[in-house]
Ligand binder design. Structure first.
Ligand SMILES: C[S@@+](CC[C@H](N)C(=O)[O-])C[C@H]1O[C@@H](n2cnc3c(N)ncnc32)[C@H](O)[C@@H]1O
Length: 345
């Protein structure tokens, strides 16, 4: 779905010359990407693997990493950014602007009032030491142009690049970092999924291989390892998730791999067990199709006698989506927030 704020930002890009950088997360869709093809000297930086793939398919210059501008090399005449959902990322990106902007360079910051754009603009003004020129749009959209003058105090990015301990489960310490879904907590739904999986392991045996689909910092995969899985492969679209999950795998010596991918599309193996707590929205919109994409992928990556465990928010209709892919759809748990399913063929 097209994001009008990002569209507005992209419309402004041809007004600038020199080396241009667009910092983009999940809001950038393939239609908008195509419109960028005609802009000269434009580079993209994204923390989403699907956006990176789509950009490469459109022959755009693009880097995929955890929003680290240092890896791009050199300075830019324009850095353009449509604010992300998470404050720590927005602050992290604004903090990097002075180091990567040329002397007469410009910084464009765009977003809606309910996303806190007014506060972000004011914080950027203080940090960059310049007054923003602000233009307005529908739904209280603001697009600000700033330059870099006398630097003030950097914004609190919650030590964005650091991976920190967030607790312990089943005798394994868990590490995570900002820049991903619920980064500093253990998701309640995921805990319920692991309870159900632990019961399954008790009744049968620990699986040989497990795929953690949409792994985040790797909670499900790490718990599968703690419960005796022999090999765990974890995959996610988000670069911050991949970085922290890899960190956990290395620290705990987990036999397996952490792979950046869009819903495991490039992974061509089948596993004994797939564990999945799928995202239920992309950008600011809820998308039912997203659940189906993950259930389809779970089926595709499961051995014929394999079992998938999926947890969703109670309003997501797995009961109606899953039967197209699985013969058996068993609801193992239901409360006012979550439903846990066991799916098999
Ligand atoms: C609800 S979170 C679950 C995270 C983790 N498995 C847990 O249990 O805490 C959903 C995860 O799906 C990831 N995700 C979203 N879109 C994706 C895609 N297209 N391909 C792979 N992962 C995706 C998100 O980055 C996020 O880490």
């Amino acid at each position: 779905m097209m994001d009008p704020a990002l569209e507005r930002l992209c419309d402004a890009l041809p007004d600038y010359s020199g080396r241009l950088l667009l910092v983009a997360d999940e809001h950038l869709d393939s239609k908008l990407l195509l419109s960028l093809k005609t802009i000269e000297n434009l580079s993209l930086l994204t923390n989403r693997y699907d956006v990176y793939q789509a950009a490469m398919d459109s022959n755009l210059s693009c880097q995929y990493n955890d929003m680290d501008l240092r890896q791009l090399g050199g300075r830019f005449d324009l850095i353009a950014y449509r604010v992300s959902k998470e404050k720590a990322i927005v602050h992290h990106i604004i903090n990097q602007v002075p180091e990567h902007l040329n002397a007469n360079g410009r910084f464009l910051l765009c977003g809606y009032k309910n996303e806190g754009i007014k506060t972000y603009i004011s914080k950027a003004e203080h940090y960059l030491g310049s007054k923003a020129e602000v233009s307005k749009g529908e739904r209280q959209l603001k697009l600000a142009e700033l330059s870099c003058q006398t630097l003030g105090e950097a914004l609190d990015d919650r030590n964005y690049l650091a991976t920190v301990s967030i607790g312990e489960r089943r005798n394994l310490e868990l590490f995570s970092k900002p820049g991903q879904f619920g980064w500093n907590k253990i998701d309640k739904g995921s805990e319920l999924l692991i309870d159900a999986f632990a019961e399954h392991v008790q009744q049968t045996q620990a699986p040989g291989s497990v795929l953690d689909l949409g792994c985040g910092y790797g909670y499900l995969g790490i718990m599968a390892w703690a419960l005796g899985a022999k090999q765990v492969v974890a995959t996610d679209n988000n670069a911050a998730a991949i970085q922290s999950c890899q960190d956990n795998f290395t620290r705990h010596g987990i036999n397996g791999e952490v792979i950046a991918d869009d819903c495991a599309a490039g992974i061509h193996h089948q596993y004994d067990v797939v564990l999945c707590n799928p995202p239920f929205h992309k950008g600011f919109d809820t998308e039912r199709d997203l659940t189906e994409k993950f259930i389809r992928s779970a089926r595709h990556h499961l051995k014929n006698d394999g079992v998938a465990f999926v947890v969703v928010n109670q309003f997501i209709a797995v009961e109606t989506i899953a039967p197209a892919y699985f013969k058996s759809v068993e609801n193992l748990h239901r409360d006012k927030s979550f439903k846990v399913f066991k799916l098999s063929s």
